[in-house]
Design a protein around this ligand. Structure first.
Ligand code: SF4
Length: 403
């Protein structure tokens, strides 16, 4: 094994590190060195000192889920009085609010709801595109695509084809957790998607011409070697397809989850981000996860390999359910970027620069807290749901269509 100094020289020379070398750096390199190396890799890829962000809205269309991952505080079981499905009109209102603050897309993800057939997604996407033709749909993480594939008994490539025809623009990298099946079994997320299945959805999506992101949620039961294995599996697929636009990592948020435990520290986050920047030499963009780490560590991420502050977000439900509730509007994100010595630019999902901060171009209302999927206590059932067949007993009871 090379010494840490020799490994640092290798990274500086732009050479690829293997699994053992990555682990050695991750476990033994001083944090300041790891950060410097990641920052140098970031500077090589982004010499212009720009840091980007997107204005979009993180909408969770349903919290009803049959997967029951042990690290998740967001889902409600089928039949729960706290379960919801958003109506098309509610989603249109959210899009109107997003456009009002300069937003360009919905990041739409939800639980694995057995009572939403493929046609519900297709009709929703078509309805959104008919009303907002240039608005983008970054939607349905790989486990959701697999869930729809199982429900509809169509293979994954066919589901992707249907969704693309209805208006899907890109796929978010959620549900990856750690792409090692030992870990997925322990977290009760092996059933929703094995590591190979998650990667396969992305492979099919890339082949079909969609760009996607990749994520890693660390800090549950995995070893450091398994975090590295996750990164290497992403790097391998990116070599094959080149379809990932960005990588985002965040730490497990333990509150109100079945798994419980404690949250990874800020240093663990920064070291993990830095090693990801070093290992993922074929990824252009790494996002800071201020929504889980808070604004201050989010800002520090820009010195540890990140070149993007993620999303202004507007709404968030999943991380909040697990105890973290940080909010930064565009003014705050730009202040953090500029204070770190970078120029802030708005982008889209493809990392095309859209322009200067929106609030400098026109008046935008300040946003001091993130919106939620629904106001507390709102248990309404959208009328159009009655048009779709339910699979669960609870769903069938609600959807008795009157003569
Ligand atoms: S993480 Fe996603 S798939 Fe797992 S229980 Fe939560 S909502 Fe369901």
């Amino acid at each position: 094994m090379l010494s840490i100094t020799a490994l640092a020289d290798k990274v500086r020379a732009g050479e690829r590190v293997d699994a053992d070398e990555a682990l050695e750096l991750y476990v033994r390199a001083p944090t300041s060195l790891l950060g410097r190396l990641a920052d140098e890799v970031r500077a090589r890829k982004h010499p212009d000192r720009l840091v980007t962000y997107i204005i979009d809205r993180n909408v969770n269309y349903t919290n009803v889920c049959v997967a029951k991952c042990s690290f998740c505080a967001f889902y409600r079981p089928v039949g729960s009085p706290e379960g919801y499905v958003l109506g098309f009109d509610e989603l249109f209102r959210k899009i109107d609010e997003t456009i009002a603050v300069g937003g360009v897309q919905l990041l739409m993800q939800g639980g694995h709801n057995p009572d939403l057939p493929l046609t519900w997604y297709e009709d929703l996407f078509r309805a959104i595109k008919a009303r907002y033709p240039s608005f983008k749909l970054h939607a349905l993480s790989p486990p959701e695509v697999i869930h729809i594939s199982r429900l509809s008994q169509l293979p994954v490539p066919a589901v992707i084809e249907h969704l693309m025809a209805a208006g899907l623009d890109s796929i978010p990298g959620g549900g990856a957790e750690i792409l090692v099946d030992r870990v997925r079994k322990l977290l009760h997320c092996y059933g929703k998607a094995t590591a190979d299945e998650w990667l396969d959805v992305m492979r099919h999506a890339h082949r079909a011409g969609l760009r996607t992101t990749a994520t890693m949620m660390y800090g549950t039961v995995e070893t450091e070697a398994e975090r590295i294995e996750h990164l290497l599996r992403l790097r391998e697929l990116q070599d094959e397809t080149g379809g990932f636009t960005a990588f985002i990592t965040w730490s497990y948020q333990p509150d109100h989850t079945e798994l419980a435990g404690s949250e990874a520290t800020g240093i663990d986050y920064l070291r993990t981000l830095a090693i990801a920047r070093i290992v993922l030499d074929n990824f252009d963009n790494l996002q800071a996860s201020w929504v889980t780490q808070g604004g201050k560590v989010g800002q520090l991420s820009l010195a540890y390999g990140a070149n993007d502050m993620g999303s202004v977000m507007i709404e968030e439900n999943v991380v909040r359910a697990a105890g973290a509730s940080y909010c930064m509007d565009e003014v705050e994100i730009v202040r953090n970027i500029e204070d770190a010595g970078f120029a802030a630019k708005r982008r889209n999902m493809h990392y095309d620069i859209l322009g200067e901060p929106m609030f400098r171009e026109r008046e935008v209302p300040r946003m001091l807290e993130l919106a939620t999927a629904r106001p507390d206590g709102d248990t309404s059932v959208p009328g159009e749901l009655m048009n779709y067949p339910a699979r669960s007993r609870a769903g069938k009871q609600i959807r008795v269509i009157p003569n």
